[in-house]
Design a protein around this ligand. Structure first.
Ligand SMILES: Nc1ncnc2c1ncn2[C@@H]1O[C@H](COP(=O)(O)OP(=O)(O)O)[C@@H](O)[C@H]1O
Ligand SMILES: CC(C)(COP(=O)(O)O)[C@@H](O)C(=O)NCCC(=O)O
Ligand SMILES: [K+]
Length: 257
């Protein structure tokens, strides 16, 4: 079975894929100090708890944090006796083209989202991923990654306000009752929530105008539904988009040897 790992700057998601479906998914915070032994204790405890008797034979990793890859390679070698496929490394083949400026190291999560989007929804896509940063990945008609947009993430924007201004508290994102806030928390939530609705709409509209063609908007990441509840911003929401992309890339690399 395949262990697929998606490390973001905030959280790392592990999923076990049995060839047809994900039989388990677990999330932990991303910490580059975590050793292979620590990963294994955590993983094997959860597997035992959920009575999952999967024999892991393959591993694939996408990491926006380069430093965590070393310990994940040790995990693969020491506990699963396999060499992981690491997205973004030259030995990892992608089933789509990447058409960007020479020397650009595109975030592996964005490449994986592109592959997943193309596999599930074809071409002419905008993939919006709400993570530490919010990324917009533009997928051409043939599935190629052709660039995109990087915006500060929702929680990052809220933390930035708290960190930079002495009188602004830590606030969680939620949909405010009204636009005009009558207390500090409501004012901050309004700025981020409605600002974000505007950001998503404007960026998607401008991408469509620049590319002069209709495009399907695919969203992923835990915060997408919060915005979708208010405005019809996305054509599809797919929580497991990145994980799906990892299974497609794994299959592609196995097929070509
Ligand atoms: N359903 C959710 N509700 C509220 N916050 C969420 C939800 N899902 C993720 N987050 C928050 O969004 C931010 C980005 O998380 P995540 O998507 O795991 O980022 P990354 O992929 O960059 O590690 C984090 O601050 C996380 O706590
Ligand atoms: C933009 C990102 C920080 C998003 O990472 P995430 O929010 O998923 O942790 C990541 O994709 C990245 O480090 N990209 C490198 C630059 C680029 O994609 O062009
Ligand atoms: K992201």
């Amino acid at each position: 079975m395949l262990l697929a790992i998606d490390c973001g700057n905030t959280n790392t998601v592990f999923s076990i894929w049995d060839g047809t479906r994900f039989i388990a998914t677990w999330r932990t915070s991303t910490e580059h100090q975590r050793t292979a032994d620590q990963y294994y204790v955590w993983l094997s405890t959860l597997m035992a708890f959920q009575k999952i008797e999967a024999e892991i034979t393959d591993m694939i990793v996408s990491s926006t944090v380069p430093r965590v890859v070393f310990n994940l390679r040790v995990l693969a070698d020491r506990y699963f006796n396999t060499r992981p496929i690491v997205v973004g490394k030259p030995e990892c083949a992608l089933p789509v083209d990447v058409r960007v400026d020479a020397g650009t190291a595109v975030g592996p999560d964005r490449l994986v989202n592109t592959v997943a989007g193309h596999d599930l929804y074809g071409g002419d896509l905008i993939v919006v991923d709400f993570g530490t940063a919010t990324t917009f990945d533009v997928v051409d008609h043939d599935g190629a990654y052709v660039g995109g947009v990087i915006a500060p993430g929702v929680n990052l924007s809220l933390s930035a306000l708290h960190q930079a201004a002495a009188a602004l508290p830590h606030v969680d994102i939620s949909k405010p009752q009204s636009v005009v806030g009558t207390n500090t928390v409501a004012c901050m939530q309004s700025g981020i929530f409605w600002g974000y609705i505007g950001l998503i709409k404007e960026i998607c509209a401008r991408i469509k105008a620049e590319r002069e063609r209709p495009m399907k908007i695919i969203s992923t990441g835990g915060l997408a539904p919060l915005f979708q509840q208010t405005e019809d911003l996305f054509d599809v929401f797919r929580d497991d988009l990145t994980m799906h992309g990892l299974t497609v890339i794994h299959k592609h690399n196995k097929a070509i040897g």
